[in-house]
Write a protein that binds this ligand. Structure first.
Ligand SMILES: *Cc1c(COP(=O)(O)O)cnc(C)c1O
Length: 357
């Protein structure tokens, strides 16, 4: 991506006010685009004005879902510079997703160079109020005009940017979750471990069902036995029972979250016992009723840490920590965000800084 073509927009849009940001509704002035074909491989990296694209009705991604995406964030540091959080890890995972659905991989360093250039150009779209961020959405989709089922021969990559408001604008708020015991999200050997659209389509009906019953999120169990914890909504799950933090191992149906990994590394650094092991919903409900279930939280780029206030499973309900935010959830949230906004040293080497001129 050494010779990236740049075509700037004529009239920049106004950046929305902080309280109007929301999540994923506003988009910056520019986007990064690249194409793939069999002759040239990935080529034609360019930064263009953000806007609609033309697609053919027979475009393969629309019919068979050969597509992948990523979600990461950039933060405005107090010195005005931009902190990009774990972008290499996100792009490595992007390639991992690509492999699973037969999409040709990309050079991670080139992607990073392109993204940094895009961030430089759209730097005023990184909001500065604490809690806000610029959400970065890279994605690739199959573009062959063909209705047969096979890997496409052509693809398009795009990176778009969306300024997002504080997830916890009204304070850190524990969610009510419902354990889903009918539908499943993913099965080992399937596509649950990668960020591909089909997984999210598969999750919608259960989410709607939970919301109708007054719950915020679904807790997913494994597909084979409907017994073991997998994920919560689109986040990884952690439970604190007694003094131990337990999270399910990456067994092939769980998405390897970067926030999960950041949390594990921080807990290890704090000498807090963290075990990756299978944990059943019955163990969790039991710990809930005998008082040893201290905390439960989801981890993901959007919310960072999302505390769980109650769990509903079949006919049973347990309240966690009287429905309040746990001490560890709070500490982890503060630690991770302090590194992201640069108020704490980046001892883990997670930040790429973009100097703003
Ligand atoms: C993206 C995602 C996560 C969290 O991953 P992060 O890298 O922490 O954002 C967890 N589960 C699912 C299903 C996801 O799509």
């Amino acid at each position: 991506m050494a010779n990236i073509e740049i075509n700037l927009i004529e009239n920049r849009k106004p950046v929305p006010a902080t309280d109007e940001l929301g999540f994923g509704v506003h988009f910056s002035d520019h986007m990064l685009v690249m194409d793939y074909n069999l002759d040239q491989g990935w080529h034609g990296a360019r930064i263009e004005p953000y806007g609609p694209i033309q697609i053919d009705p027979s475009m393969m991604a629309l019919h068979y879902g050969q597509a992948i995406f990523e979600g990461m964030k950039a933060f405005r540091a107090s010195d005005g510079n931009i902190n990009l959080f774990r972008a290499r890890d996100h792009f490595n995972r992007f390639n991992n997703s690509a492999r699973r659905v037969c999409i040709p991989e990309l050079d991670v360093e080139e992607l990073l160079t392109g993204l940094k250039k895009l961030l430089e150009i759209d730097q005023q779209w990184v909001p500065s109020e604490h809690g806000t961020a610029l959400y970065i959405r890279p994605f690739i989709f199959a573009t062959d005009q063909f209705l047969g089922v096979r890997p496409s021969h052509t693809y398009k990559l795009m990176i778009i940017l969306s300024p997002v408001g504080a997830y916890y604008a009204e304070g850190f708020n524990p969610v009510k979750i419902m354990v889903e015991d009918e539908y499943v999200r993913a099965v080992r050997g399937g596509i649950g471990a990668i960020k591909t659209p089909g997984n999210y389509a598969a999750s919608l009906l259960a989410a709607v069902k939970a919301q109708k019953k007054g719950f915020t999120q679904v807790l997913w169990l494994d597909a084979l036995e409907l017994k073991w914890l997998e994920e919560v909504g689109t986040m990884n799950i952690m439970v604190k029972i007694g003094d131990e933090v337990i999270t399910p191992p990456l067994n092939g149906s769980i998405l390897p979250g970067i926030t999960r990994d950041s949390t594990i590394k921080i807990l290890q650094n704090w000498n807090i016992p963290l075990i990756e092991k299978q944990i059943s919903i019955n163990e969790v409900m039991q710990a809930g009723s005998d008082g040893t279930l201290k905390e439960m939280f989801g981890t993901g780029t959007a919310a960072i840490i999302s505390p769980v206030g109650s769990i509903h499973y079949k006919e049973d309900n347990v309240i966690i920590n009287s429905g309040n935010v746990g001490e560890l959830s709070q500490k982890l949230f503060e630690e991770i965000t302090a590194i992201q906004y640069g108020s704490k040293d980046d001892t883990y080497n997670w930040i790429d800084t973009i100097d703003v001129v």
